[in-house]
Ligand binder design. Sequence first.
Ligand SMILES: Nc1ncnc2c1ncn2[C@@H]1O[C@H](COP(=O)(O)OP(=O)(O)OP(=O)(O)O)[C@@H](O)[C@H]1O
Ligand SMILES: [Mg+2]
Length: 255
Amino acid sequence: MSIKQKSMSRTSKKHARRAGRLSEGILLSDSTPFHVREAYKALRTNVMFSIAGNEGKVIGVTSAVPGEGKSSTIINLAITFAEIGNKVILLDCDLRRPNLQRITDVEPGPGLAEVLARFVELDEVIQPSKYDKLDIIYSGDIPPNPAELLGSKNMEALIEELKERYDYVLIDTPPVNVVTDAVVLSRLIDGLILVTRENISRRDELLYAVNSLQFVNARLIGTVLNDKMFQTKRSYRYGRYKSYYSREYMDDRRD
Ligand SMILES: Nc1ncnc2c1ncn2[C@@H]1O[C@H](COP(=O)(O)OP(=O)(O)OP(=O)(O)O)[C@@H](O)[C@H]1O
Ligand SMILES: [Mg+2]
């Protein structure tokens, strides 16, 4: 083995260790604090009720700007949906800056982009996760035309196929104010959740995102406030607490 190869393998081991630590922190597990698990369960209940009326199955998550917690929210929501016996598929539709692969520490390979371009078959990219009843389709190689692929007839047909096979289809998307992909996808989504993050989200950016989504009649069902500071008896501290507001609540706040 050459020196270069040795140092590369060390780097990739380092990367794997880092990814492992990362996923341990983000993904729900037995060591996740009680209040965090409860927050996700509350989110699950609210989302289920919000889309139950129209027999919805497709749930999406987006945000105004990058880094507000879309990917961590949707994967943990997918885990909590699967935990109560639902057959769930999670799609990484952020074809530009895919995160789910890193969060779940999975090797890159063909994914959604390749299926939409008809390079591979759907069954070749559906990957079982370490969670019972939860499958994942990763984004695959970064394509030159993400918005066109996501807005294509192939994408529509893929979602229809997945709706037949699964109880719920969960979708991660890029931020609304940066690229048009989430707006394009919104017509396929029965319930769209807007993630905001304490100390990062700005009111004007959030309103801009809401307006863009309302303009295309996206079915916005509510927001998640991520990374909220909560009070314990002794002191304030930061945690992964997420709270959920219904769309009506947001409308009230905007008046
Ligand atoms: N509640 C939280 N507490 C601490 N760290 C968090 C929290 N939510 C997200 N993070 C961290 O913030 C970073 C961004 O989170 P995430 O990838 O979920 O956001 P995103 O909105 O999907 O980002 P992008 O727009 O780049 O796709 C990650 O490193 C994640 O671990
Ligand atoms: Mg993301």
